[in-house]
Design a protein around this ligand. Structure first.
Ligand SMILES: Nc1nc2c(ncn2[C@@H]2O[C@H](COP(=O)(O)OP(=O)(O)OP(=O)(O)O)[C@@H](O)[C@H]2O)c(=O)[nH]1
Length: 190
């Protein structure tokens, strides 16, 4: 499930991952909730991701609350060109702790890094916040595709590991994976 303020790029990130395209131009805000499926091959196993795109607007909050409970993973986004969206991350985390399962896989993403001139949230600020909460963190761009596949693949690997419960397999470590694979990605252990 993708969550975060309105306009941070949740729908665009999802469309980039699903279809490899970027929705440039008019911003059409999500109404309520929407979903898309994608089947991934994760180390030889087919993983079907059902990805829920939530509306960031406050007026739809009660709708999205109902979906947290069933989410296995959450991508929490802010927009690096919008300070308020970053400042609101703590409020989103409070909401997540209230409504989501306590062991939900959670990742923090700072989106729109292609807009270098408009950036107001430094990468280090994202890293610091992620470290504070023990979250894996990456900067992404739905426009260029930077780290988009990586974010979803890392989550898919984590979910596959959790559902297979194969003790013989080496434990998948999401933090280490994104640190190794990410372009400009970083991770922060608690
Ligand atoms: N430059 C740039 N623009 C982006 C990026 N991702 C999204 N946008 C733009 O940001 C605006 C909002 O994108 P959406 O994906 O609709 O935002 P959202 O988070 O789904 O918004 P809500 O549905 O209201 O919650 C659109 O005009 C997009 O074109 C990105 O990575 N880079």
């Amino acid at each position: 499930m993708l969550v975060g303020d309105s306009g941070v790029g949740k729908t665009c990130l999802l469309v980039r991952f699903k279809d490899g395209a970027f929705l440039a131009g008019t911003f059409i805000s999500t109404v309520g909730i929407d979903f898309r499926n994608k089947v991934l091959d994760v180390d030889g196993v087919k993983v079907k991701l059902q990805m829920w795109d939530t509306a960031g607007q406050e007026r739809f909050r009660s709708v999205t609350h109902a979906y947290y409970r069933d989410a296995h993973a959450l991508l929490l986004l802010y927009d690096v060109t919008n300070k308020a969206s970053f400042d609101n991350i703590q409020a989103w985390l409070t909401e997540i702790h209230e409504y989501a399962q306590h062991d939900v896989a959670l990742m923090l993403l700072g989106n729109k890094v292609d807009s270098a001139h408009e950036r107001v949230v430094k990468r280090e600020d994202g890293e610091k916040l992620a470290k504070e909460y023990g979250l894996p963190f990456m900067e992404t761009s739905a426009k260029t595709g930077l780290n988009v596949d990586l974010a979803f693949t890392a989550i898919a690997k984590e979910l596959k590991q959790r559902s297979m419960k194969a003790p013989s397999e080496p434990r998948f470590r999401l933090h280490d994976y994104i640190k190794r694979e990410g372009r400009g990605a970083s991770c922060c252990r608690p």
